[in-house]
Design a protein around this ligand. Structure first.
Ligand SMILES: Nc1nc2c(c(=O)[nH]1)N[C@H]1C(S)=C(S)[C@@H](COP(=O)(O)O)O[C@H]1N2
Ligand SMILES: [Mo]
Length: 330
């Protein structure tokens, strides 16, 4: 098929990078466009069992649908077709290629809990539905820029990460927030691949977490978040490369030291902690100056500093480039 693996990727010292996905996505877009819409219906359908267990069934209509935040009503370009964005995903837990949407349906999100710990007043665990009753939901149409140089626009439903930080009541010693994805190799075959350090983790500073762009996503395209997008709850940080936007979160820890994240551990030279989008700073193996519009028939557009969100986030990094150099941008 369209996906191939270089045998050398099985070696830990050349831990797999997402580069091949970029090329395979291109092959998919040109070679197999159109099949997406036809094949998605059945894997999205919830089982009766799931529906009985939860009011939030992945892929079911979001009812009532939260109001669109007028500040994010328009991303300046077309919303990516749902049939494209929901059948071409990065979710290494299920496989290191993009066509994981069927495999991801095995993830059982009913009874989902999130653990909050570290430097907080009192660690606790909260059920997903309980969390939903404590946050305020809205819809945002948002740009997403993957480090592999493709991009999309998605109508997300979610709540501000700052709502959750407020619930967690961090201590003043909490300087960073660390996120963890579920770990269940029985369901997620990618997690049997020993050259990665599972579970997927990500992190950000507490100031970044307080920014209003930091969004916890629980829905897309008017639906309860489909599993392949990272159900039941994933982070979205639109000014950073996509790998920062961790999926299917089970744990959030408030910590003193800068956490090491999944891709940083796998390939520190290429992927770091900050990963802010900057068209002027190339990835070690490709330019970041332009991006391919997902579902756009191979069309490329210029990449914008902070993915076009500089006004909201640039101040977070003033004076920092002198300290961390190019690491600020990868
Ligand atoms: N747990 C987990 N989160 C993840 C990933 C992953 O492999 N596992 N991939 C990341 C990358 S590289 C991108 S571009 C986005 C893709 O999100 P999407 O599939 O919803 O488009 O998810 C990010 N979050
Ligand atoms: Mo990505």
């Amino acid at each position: 098929m369209l996906y191939h693996r270089r045998p050398s990727w099985r070696l830990p010292e050349s831990a797999a990078t997402p580069e091949h996905m970029f090329w395979n996505r291109r092959a998919f877009l040109t070679g197999a466009a159109g099949i997406a819409g036809a094949t998605i219906a059945s894997p999205f359908a919830a089982t009766a069992q799931e529906a009985a267990k939860s009011a939030y069934v992945p892929g079911a209509p979001f009812a009532p649908k939260p109001a669109l935040n007028p500040a994010y009503a328009d991303a300046g370009r077309a919303v990516t077709d749902e049939g494209v964005s929901s059948t071409y995903n990065n979710f290494y837990e299920f496989a290191s290629h993009k066509r994981i949407y069927r495999a991801a349906q095995r993830l059982d999100t009913s009874g989902w809990k999130i653990e909050i710990d570290g430097k907080v007043e009192k660690p606790f665990e909260i059920g997903f539905e309980d969390l939903m009753s404590k946050v305020s939901l809205e819809e945002r149409v948002i740009r997403h820029r993957c480090v592999e140089a493709w991009s999309m626009v998605t109508p997300w439903i979610g709540f501000k990460l700052s709502d959750l930080v407020a619930l967690a009541k961090p201590l003043s010693s909490a300087k960073y927030v660390q996120f963890k994805t579920f770990f269940n190799p029985k369901v997620a075959p990618g997690q049997r691949e020993p050259w990665y350090s599972w579970p997927y983790t990500e992190g950000m500073t507490i100031e970044e977490a307080a920014n209003e762009l930091s969004f916890m996503v629980v829905g897309a395209y008017g639906k309860v978040l489909p599993k392949q997008f990272g159900a039941p709850v994933r982070l979205h940080l639109p000014w950073k490369y996509g790998f920062k936007s961790i999926k299917s979160i089970v744990k959030i820890s408030f910590v003193e030291k800068q956490p090491v994240s999944f891709w940083e551990r796998a390939q520190a030279r290429e992927y770091g902690f900050w990963a802010n989008v900057n068209p002027k700073v190339s990835h070690p193996r490709w330019s970041q100056a332009t991006e391919e519009v997902l579902g756009g028939g191979g069309k490329r557009i210029p990449t914008q500093l902070f993915n076009g969100y500089a006004e909201q986030v640039a101040h977070l990094y003033s004076g920092m480039e002198a300290k961390v150099g190019d690491r600020l941008w990868r």
